[in-house]
Design a protein around this ligand. Structure first.
Ligand code: ZN
Length: 277
């Protein structure tokens, strides 16, 4: 018995003299072996994952999504730090699934735009593109002309997705972002994302930021309410199943119950905040 199994060698000899045919069999055999060696030793991990959000079914937040994806005039452009993809409780996929196809584009990297970010350069050159980032010249988001007023076209709203240090690093390594009109959310309430500690009061998750910003730009509060559905669903589920409510570091430090010594930078930030009227 050879590895060729039932191949009849005498027939091969008769039919061919032909190295071609021999080659053909070799090739086929190679393909089969290659395919076999590519099979995983264990069955694939099929632990019932939701096909939409790709989270295990037990912790899927899809029931909280709007019944029909929302279709605002403006688009969200998410520039996502690669490390954000690995976090298990991230909110950017909630944005993508809550909005119509094409209304939330995600580009991944540590700086932007790179050649692999197809279409991003054009978006960043568009005069209706604005960056949500608290750079020194940033104006309040609600000072932007709402879509439809004075013929204002829909916006491309750029969000940096990652932790604060990651978002800062993206900004500083991406000079193309310096030229965008920058805006910031002012007077925002505490995050409704109660199971992840936010660094300061008024610091929102990517979902909350995107939802709130869109509802302001389009003057449609309903957008925010509907888009936050999955977050509320997830938090309710996690809290019912034993997660602890996390208050922001700022709140805990004010209450002197934050367990770690805080860094110089955060201490300064908090001092500035507490000195503000
Ligand atoms: Zn799901």
């Amino acid at each position: 018995m050879t590895r060729f199994g039932t191949v009849n060698w005498s027939k091969i000899y008769l039919y061919s003299f032909s190295r071609k045919f021999y080659k053909y069999i070799m090739t086929n055999e190679d393909i089969v072996w290659e395919e076999l060696s590519g099979l995983p030793a264990d069955p694939p991990d099929m632990r019932d994952k939701c096909i939409q959000c790709r989270r295990p079914v037990a912790v899927c937040w899809c029931p909280g999504l709007p019944k029909n994806p929302l279709n605002p005039a403006s688009r969200l452009i998410i520039l996502q730090h690669p490390a954000e993809v690995k976090r298990c409780l991230r909110t950017a996929p909630m944005l993508t699934l809550a909005l119509e196809h094409g209304k939330c584009l995600t580009f991944r990297g540590k700086k932007f735009p790179l050649p692999k970010h197809e279409g991003l350069t054009e978006i960043l050159k568009d005069e209706n593109t604005v960056l949500l980032y608290p750079s020194p010249g940033a104006i309040a988001l609600d000072e932007l002309t709402p879509v439809g007023t004075n013929a204002q076209k829909p916006y491309n709203l750029v969000l940096l997705d990652g932790t604060w240090p990651q978002a800062k690093a993206i900004y500083h390594s991406s000079p193309a972002l310096y030229f965008l009109r920058a805006c910031k959310l002012v007077g925002v309430s505490t995050s409704e994302y109660v199971i992840r500690t936010q660094p300061t009061e008024g610091c929102l998750s990517t979902l909350e930021t995107g939802a709130l910003a869109l509802s302001i730009l389009e003057r449609t509060p309903r957008i925010k309410e509907e888009m936050l559905g999955p977050l509320h669903y997830l938090c309710r589920f996690q809290l019912e199943n034993g997660a602890v409510t996390h208050q922001s570091k700022e709140f805990l430090i004010k209450q002197k119950s934050y367990p770690k010594l805080i860094g110089k930078r955060l201490a300064k930030q908090l001092r500035v905040l507490s000195e503000e009227p």
